[in-house]
Design a protein around this ligand. Structure first.
Ligand code: NI
Length: 180
């Protein structure tokens, strides 16, 4: 396994539509392992193929505290969604920033796993947000396009919550610095 270079906002690959994966080759399995390692190393909760310079429809997500519950989704698609939630998002491709984004509260997504099985996931709350954020990457979209109000510097949010005497909870996990 190896760490991959995370592409940053402004790089053209992040604006392109990623291509379907037709066959799960050893190369795709290596890519998935590298993406997980890169995501954990960067302390993110999700990473999509284009973010490591690979224009393929693959995402990895792990929202667990223990960092031991990875989901690897190949050719994922959202098949239904309902409700709304508004909350903080960040992105490993937009380091040091956070913004408020409205997403569905619940989504159902289909995908293929690394063994080639057709899977379905019902996600809600934070996981639903992560799925939506990562799938947007596969279509060339960053959360910053959907931010309500403005984009904040994470240092700014920390200062704000300290001034307000708020706990970390108020600004979201890690002061809103949740990175995908
Ligand atoms: Ni992201």
């Amino acid at each position: 396994m190896a760490l991959r270079n995370i592409r940053k906002q402004g790089e053209e690959i992040l604006t392109k539509r990623a291509k379907e994966i037709k066959e799960i080759t050893p190369r795709i399995r290596d890519l998935a392992a590298d993406m997980l390692e890169t995501m954990y190393d960067a302390e993110g909760v999700g990473l999509a193929g284009p973010q490591v310079g690979i224009l393929k429809r693959i995402v990895v997500i792990d929202i667990s505290e223990e960092r031991d519950d990875p989901i690897i989704m190949i050719n994922p698609a959202i098949t239904s969604s309902d409700g709304t939630q508004t909350g903080w998002e960040g992105c490993l491709s937009v380091p040091g920033k956070s913004g408020q984004v409205t997403r569905p509260e619940r989504v159902t997504a289909t995908f293929t796993d690394l063994a080639g099985n057709e899977c379905e996931i019902e996600a809600e709350g934070f996981l639903a947000r992560a799925v939506c954020h990562e799938l947007d990457h596969l279509d060339g979209h960053l959360y910053v396009e959907k931010v309500e109000g403005r984009l904040y510097d994470n240092s700014e949010l920390q200062t704000q919550s300290e001034e307000d005497g708020e706990s970390d909870e108020e600004a979201g996990e890690d002061d809103g610095a949740v990175k995908r």
